[in-house]
Design a protein around this ligand. Sequence first.
Ligand code: NDP
Length: 250
Amino acid sequence: MTDAKALAGRVALVTGGSRGIGLAIARLLAEDGASVVVSGRDSGRLDAAAKELEALGGPVLAVVADAAKREDADRLVAAARERFGRIDVLVNNAGITRDQLLVRMKDDDWDQVVDTNLRGVFLMTRAVAKVMMRQKSGRIINISSTAGAMGNAGQVNYSAAKAGVIGLTKAAARELAHWNILVNVVAPGLIDTDMAASIPAEAREALLQQVPLRRMGAAREIAEVVRFLAGDGAAYITGQSIHVNGGLYM
Ligand code: NDP
């Protein structure tokens, strides 16, 4: 039974796996038989997520780590290797927003968002790529955003970071192809999580009006695409951005 699972024997590391899209991704990868490593800043939330994931039957490692800090990224990767010996799938999902109009945006709003959403992806990708190069295989899936492709008013920091993730992904895909490491982006639109709940209701409604499918997406609908990119069926896909947004951006 276990052997029949698509990701049996593989190890997946999901940053920001304690809630929202990251938890949904960890859940589906665990359902497919992967051992999962999840990270986040808040230990209470992370423990609750780890318990939920353990209930699916596979091994789970939860590590409190801030995606924006190099020491934490290195410690997270070392912990994953120590426990499981390898890393087959990295999902760079941890992300934050600090929305403000451009002319009112504080330096700190810029720095925090770019550090977490872009520098964090660089730090984790660099650390995990070394592991995957030795394995001569791996999948790296970076969670960007519709905002990174089309921009979003009130989010110059977030849009810049998420566009940066797309550029990083393409460059890394070219560099790492030699080692059979595939690097792709999944770019969600408006997805029903704590992050989307923090958008003022009026602004959220206005955004929804621009979504042809006229509803928010579910975290699971992003996770399904990540699951596909992590699996054997996606072996010839690299450097791509897959948009999952109900048609908001085409
Ligand atoms: P949530 O705010 O619901 O969850 C974010 C997750 O990331 C939490 O697990 C959080 O845990 C973790 N996290 C945040 N900052 C850090 C950090 N510095 N280090 C480690 N973990 C961190 O967000 P979503 O699930 O909605 O978003 C997930 C990803 O999807 C993000 O990259 C986001 O930008 C992207 N996205 C989301 C969209 C949406 O509409 N929801 C749309 C487009 C993209 P903790 O707080 O405990 O650290």
